[in-house]
Design a protein around this ligand. Sequence first.
Ligand code: DC
Length: 203
Amino acid sequence: MIVAIDGPAAAGKGTLARRIAEALGYHHLDTGLLYRAVGILSEQRGVTPLQAAENLDPEDLKRPDLRGEAAGQLASKVGSIPEVRAALLDFQRRFARQAPGAVLDGRDIGTVICPDAEVKLFVTASVEKRAERRVKELLVKGESVIAERVLQDLKDRDARDSARDVAPMASASDAILLDTSDLDADAAFEAALSIVRNRITTP
Ligand code: DC
């Protein structure tokens, strides 16, 4: 059983995916971490993004420095390299096949990685709402924030992720769209879980 969750940065898909996996007892993979780790490791080790992708160790995904916006921008850049995406494909597909099921979130899960996933969600929200949430998160962490910069970074990342030639961010034709602009985290989770349960019980 595979649940594919795609959508733009800061739409809340990572939190949703984690909570859905917990509720169903499934494995969860935040595939953004793969691209983040490739970006950071290639910079730090002075190797090409492809070399970093080919030598990626699952332990690398636990690095605390993967979470920030700098790593997100780097990830978006290395994610546009076709060979890097190809090098990360098998790991994602093997992860997805684990019993009793897996939830993967990213940009191309429903379209490229797991086109046969039983459930596909495309989680989105207006870029202004996403920027607003990101600013709040950063303030809670005690980081200094320039709101316009956060908004612009998200717009840049959306543009790059949607426009690339290989596996661009896109909603699969059979994905269910969930717009979280006017939902808080709990309401978004309830809505997503009910879509997923519905699909699982009535294939
Ligand atoms: O989901 P995230 O914000 O952690 O992702 C960071 C970047 O990684 C995103 O801007 C594009 C890239 N990415 C990708 O190309 N494909 C994925 N499946 C997940 C992330």
